[in-house]
Structure formats: structure tokens, C-alpha cells
Design a protein around this ligand. Structure first.
Ligand SMILES: Nc1ncnc2c1ncn2[C@@H]1O[C@H](COP(=O)(O)OP(=O)(O)OP(=O)(O)O)[C@@H](O)[C@H]1O
Ligand SMILES: [Mg+2]
Length: 376
């Protein structure tokens, strides 16, 4: 709550304990009487309530005002970032049928690292080492996943592994990434504000500017519109090692999703050519997933090999997370990330650069074959 002024704290007192609790990563308000939180990946209902709808709306109005925005009948949706980096989204009735509906994604000062992801069991040591190599070799990398699956966290982790001497340009809708490197330039989009007379500056505009600012690599925080085409062009024009995230449920979907986004704009490039560009620009996809047990894991690391003779994308899994059981006490899934018996097409680069990652690291373990045989 320390981010809020005393006046706002009073409005928010019904959820003060949730905002102050470091174990709570997200607060979800579905009208004044129903408040859920996410704790360690699990969504739980709380006893907290607001006295009534008016008290809840007043709290949201106060927050909007504190960040120079308005929420009222004419502007019934608010998407804002709080001064501490937390994100808030609000929708008012009558669109929100439950009453004023809010999600607050709390900003965590302690960013996860590659070692954290390994210790949580989200990723194997070997897969983490492989991703490090992909970044070192400047492979174009797309992080794919559903909402809240850990895409931004993964991009943050991977971005921080970029060699320190390279000039990195980061473009985001709302600045969330905190990439630790020596030479980083951060850009954030701007919405048009008629009251201030300011115009909109889109991700697309900033990608175009970035290209003229001598980047070594460009990172687009979240690709969700026609800027996909710009990112694909960046990747195809020598800025190897560029990265972005996309909303998709598996690596193949990530390819088709990016293709669809590329075609959303007024591009004159024929669809077949766009498809080829997507197939050749993307090299590695890191798929993030939120599982039913609440765990967030890297479900696949896959290579994109372009298109087959029928114009379909070819993807090959290099590593994947395999569930082997379920803990009877906690309900948590037991499993591990394993190699998929596929040696990536750029293995030669690994050898030439004398990177210590032998071919045997791509071989699936025997227990996996036995498990498959038993299941057949
Ligand atoms: N591997 C992980 N293990 C545990 N928690 C994680 C993991 N990855 C991310 N988280 C946590 O999950 C929450 C959501 O992560 P993040 O913001 O990276 O997801 P996202 O996919 O970018 O979400 P959105 O779709 O809303 O942009 C954060 O609180 C983050 O700290
Ligand atoms: Mg995100």
C-alpha cells in the first residue's frame, strides 16, 4: 500500500491486507462482495469485501485520479500502471455484470532468475543452458503462452542473459521488463490524450524508430497487433537475437498467431510471402504454460524450421516438460523437463563456437521411453 497516498489508502482499506501481503501476486475483485487472490500460483477466494458498489467505484476513481486518468460512465474501462509498477485493469457496470471488476497484478521487486526457474522445477538445468546458448548465438526467439503464463517473466530472464556489450532496445506498452545489461534503451508507447493534445505513439512507430537507432537486438514486450510484421522484418534483416512474446497455446499456434497479426495491418506483402517470412524469422519458441496445479512451467522449447511443401509450419520440440505423477498431499504435479531426441539444425554453430553442450544432451532419458511403452 506504500505506493498510495493516505487518502487512497483509506478508500482501499478493505483490501489493504491483500496489497500488503508479499505472498499475494494478484488481487481480483468481481464486484464488492467477491474478492479472489493469487498466492503461489493458486487462485483463492478471500473473506474481504467492500461495503458496497459505491465504495468500490470511489476507490477506483481515486486510483485513476492518482495516475492522471479518469474512470466514469464515458470512460468505463481503465488500464493503468501504478507508480510502483503494479498493473490495474478496471471495467465498470453495466459492462461488468458482477459489479465493478478489477484485477491488480502486483509488481514484484524480486524478479525471477533463470536459477529460480530451475529451482521451482519450471525448467531443467540443461534446457536453461541451451537457452543461454541460443541467446549467445543470437537466435531469434519468441516466448509464447496464455494470459498470466509467465511470458514477461521469461523474457526478462532471457533478456538479462544477452551479452553485456550489445546495444539492446526494449519496446513495451507498459514498461515491465527490467533487463540487467549495460547498454539498454527503454521505450514505452503513449495513448492519445485529446485533453492534453498529445498523439498516439504505437509499438509499430517505436519499432521503426528503433531500427534507426543502431540496435544490436530489439525486444518487443508483447506483440499483439500489426507490429508483428515489423518485428519479423527486424528478425529477417540482420538484427539476430531479437525477441518478443505472443499469446498462443503451443509453438505451432505461435507461428500462425504471428502470421495473423502480420496480416492485420495494411501490408501490401502477399500472404504467402508473409508466411515464409514468419517461418524463416522465428528460430526458437519458448512455450510458457500455467498448469491446473497452479504451477507455471516451460512446457516446450522448440525450433521453427520454416515451411513444408504444403505451406505448413514445421516445428520440432527440443525440450518438453513431462508429467510423471501427482503429489497426493499437495495435488502438485510431479515431472521434469526432458530432451526430445531432436538435435537442432544449428548444432554445428554450438560445435564451431566450442560451447560445452554435447549432442547427448538432446537424447531422451530411457525412463521416458519405458513410460511411453507402458502407456501404449
Ligand atoms: N516459472 C514461474 N514460476 C512461478 N511463478 C511464476 C513463473 N513465471 C512467472 N511467475 C509469476 O506469475 C505471474 C505472471 O507472470 P507474467 O507477468 O510473467 O505472465 P504473462 O504471461 O506475461 O502475463 P500477461 O499475459 O498478463 O502479460 C507473476 O506474478 C510472476 O512472478
Ligand atoms: Mg506479460
Amino acid at each position: 500500500m506504500s505506493v498510495f497516498s493516505d487518502a487512497i489508502k483509506t478508500f482501499l482499506s478493505p483490501i489493504g491486507d491483500l496489497l500488503d501481503n508479499p505472498d499475494v501476486s494478484e488481487v481480483m475483485i468481481n464486484g464488492p462482495n467477491e474478492i479472489f487472490v493469487e498466492k503461489k500460483g493458486l487462485v483463492l477466494k478471500t473473506e474481504n469485501t467492500f461495503p458496497n458498489e459505491e465504495a468500490l467505484i470511489s476507490a477506483m476513481r481515486a486510483i485513476a485520479q492518482s495516475v492522471g486518468r479518469v474512470i466514469d460512465n464515458d470512460n468505463p474501462r481503465l488500464d493503468a500502471r501504478l507508480p510502483d509498477g503494479s498493473r490495474i485493469h478496471v471495467v465498470l457496470p453495466p459492462m461488468a455484470k458482477n459489479g465493478t471488476t478489477v484485477a491488480i497484478r502486483k509488481f514484484s521487486q524480486e524478479k525471477l532468475t533463470l536459477n529460480d526457474l530451475i529451482s521451482f522445477g519450471s525448467m531443467s538445468k540443461s534446457a536453461a543452458r541451451f537457452l543461454d546458448i541460443c541467446i549467445y548465438l543470437g537466435k531469434n526467439l519468441v516466448v509464447s503462452g496464455g494470459t498470466g503464463s509467465g511470458k514477461t517473466t521469461m523474457l526478462n530472464v532471457l533478456g538479462s542473459r544477452i551479452p553485456k556489450t550489445q546495444r539492446l532496445i526494449i519496446i513495451e506498452d507498459a514498461a515491465e521488463l527490467q533487463v540487467k545489461a549495460e547498454h539498454v534503451v527503454n521505450f514505452e508507447t503513449r495513448k492519445a490524450d485529446p485533453t492534453l493534445g498529445t498523439t498516439e505513439v504505437t509499438i509499430r512507430d517505436l519499432v521503426i524508430s528503433s531500427m534507426r537507432l543502431r540496435p544490436d537486438r530489439i525486444i518487443v514486450g508483447e506483440v499483439r497487433g500489426e507490429e508483428a510484421l515489423d518485428l519479423i522484418q527486424v528478425m529477417n534483416t540482420g538484427h539476430d537475437g531479437s525477441m518478443g512474446t505472443v499469446h498462443a497455446n503451443n509453438p505451432l499456434d505461435a507461428c500462425t498467431r504471428l502470421e495473423t497479426l502480420c496480416l492485420m495491418g495494411d501490408t501490401k506483402i502477399p500472404p504467402d510471402a508473409v508466411k515464409k517470412m514468419v517461418g524463416s524469422a522465428m528460430q526458437v519458441i519458448v512455450q510458457c504454460s500455467r498448469y491446473h496445479d497452479g504451477g507455471r512451467r516451460t512446457s516446450h522449447i522448440s525450433e521453427v524450421l520454416g515451411l513444408d511443401n504444403h505451406g505448413n509450419y514445421i516445428t520440432r520440440d527440443i525440450f518438453k516438460w513431462v508429467q510423471t505423477g501427482k503429489c497426493p498431499e499437495t495435488g502438485k504435479y510431479i515431472g521434469e523437463m526432458i530432451p526430445c531426441n531432436y538435435v537442432p539444425s544449428f548444432f554445428e554453430d554450438i560445435v564451431i563456437n566450442k560451447l560445452p553442450f554435447p549432442k547427448s544432451n538432446f537424447i531422451s532419458p530411457d525412463w521416458y521411453h519405458e513410460m511411453k511403452k507402458k502407456a501404449a
